[in-house]
Write a protein that binds this ligand. Structure first.
Ligand SMILES: *Cc1c(COP(=O)(O)O)cnc(C)c1O
Length: 383
């Protein structure tokens, strides 16, 4: 920081210069975020100063958060869920597993034994946030194998459960392949073993309810204890907006810390000061789009996803699995090299870990003409 500040024009021109270095979403196939919706931007701008870390001061913003939780809970078939708007899937996942640990710690009193750790069983396809969880919470994260369709293998899940297992994780919309784990079956396993089940629907949460095909993945499944769904992904809210929901109040209570000197007595969130603006954005989208609006957005993303797959098949490229949602992994030889070559043509794609494939997410910023242009380049790169 210099002694004397710059003029407003100077600062704005610096910002322009930096902005030019950022890529535009129109050529991005690797991200699960997109441009925020117009109404979300308006809502966000109105609540820039609102801090939900001290929600007594911002009663209206807090009301919006409570109403978001109600609306999202109903979308996921819970009459009455308990949660808050988090910073995203990572925080939601951390908080779910932290609540499982806190509740089991109380229940188990003293277990696990000296030198042993509590553990959770997650699919091998789990998002890397679970590696952070292992580190932060000092919990062992056991990774269960996947089947041929890249869903978690239920017999491997059962084999990994032991007396120190506190919970399972199922993914509804895997980050790499967009696959949905068998949540109902995982729920049965959780109930039989008296452990919790967290559903990571960070991406799929705002896709699956609006697909033509129906899936059991939410609180309609009895064994599901908690669910994460990110408004800043397919709902196109402003960043940072995640949502963590628990079936019962006691999960949230287990996260409470006392907050002396604030307007509220306790706090459940992982972060302290947190954005009311992103809550306003989420609220405005839930109200503005309605289920019908979301169905329209998801339908268009799926139409383009199917078009992409069909066109790829005409030049001999097939998806690793038939896309369940708007995430496609294409079986191409030397996926990393293809991704690099596409980058030289201005396209950002990514590559999955196992099996290796070219990964594309068809977000709302992708249009039919962008997709056609991309397909021409993909074909040329592969030739
Ligand atoms: C995106 C994603 C996350 C992480 O969410 P952030 O908002 O980036 O923290 C977690 N799980 C899944 C399945 C995801 O797709």
């Amino acid at each position: 920081m210099e002694e004397r500040g710059l003029s407003e024009e100077e600062v704005l021109s610096l910002l322009e210069e930096k902005k030019r270095k950022d890529l535009k979403y129109e050529r991005i196939f690797s991200s699960m975020c997109s441009y925020p919706h117009k109404i979300a931007v308006k809502a966000h701008m109105k609540f820039l100063e609102a801090n939900l870390g001290d929600s007594g001061i911002f009663a209206g913003t807090k009301e919006m958060e409570d109403e978001c939780i109600e609306m999202i809970a109903r979308l996921f078939h819970a009459e009455n869920a308990h949660g808050y708007i988090s910073t995203g899937g990572t925080e939601s996942n951390i908080q779910a597993i932290r609540a499982f640990r806190n509740l089991k710690r109380k229940e188990w009193r003293g277990s696990p034994k000296e030198g042993e750790k509590m553990n959770i069983v997650v699919p091998a396809s789990a998002h890397f946030s679970f590696d952070k969880i292992a580190d932060i919470l000092d919990i062992e994260v056991r990774k269960a194998d996947l089947d041929d369709e890249l869903r978690v293998d239920l017999s491997d899940v059962e084999a990994l459960i032991d007396r120190n297992t506190i919970g399972l994780v199922g993914i509804a919309g895997t980050t790499e392949f967009g696959q949905i784990d068998p949540i109902r079956e995982l729920g049965d396993i959780a109930l039989r073993n008296d452990i919790f089940l967290h559903v990571d629907a960070a991406f799929g949460g705002f896709v699956i309810p609006f697909l033509e095909k129906k899936y059991d993945f939410d609180f309609a499944v009895e064994g599901v204890s908690s669910l994460a769904a990110d408004p800043h992904k397919m709902l196109t809210a402003t960043i940072p907006a995640g949502c963590i929901l628990f079936r019962e109040r006691r999960f949230l209570e287990s996260l409470a810390v006392e907050t002396p000197y604030l307007t509220t007595k306790t706090q459940f969130s992982l972060t302290g000061t947190r954005s009311g603006a992103a809550v306003a954005a989420t609220f405005s989208l839930l109200k503005f789009l309605g289920r019908e609006g979301m169905r329209r957005i998801v339908r268009e993303c799926m139409r383009l996803t199917e078009m992409l797959v069909e066109r790829c098949k005409t030049f001999g490229v097939h998806p690793v699995i038939e896309p369940v949602m708007n995430v496609v992994a294409l079986n191409v030889p030397h996926a990393e090299g293809v991704s690099e070559a596409l980058k030289r043509r201005g396209w950002i794609t990514s590559v999955t870990r196992e099996p290796k494939a070219l990964r594309l997410v068809i977000m709302p910023h992708i249009t039919e003409s962008i997709l056609s242009e991309f397909l021409e380049d993909l074909k040329a790169v592969l030739a």
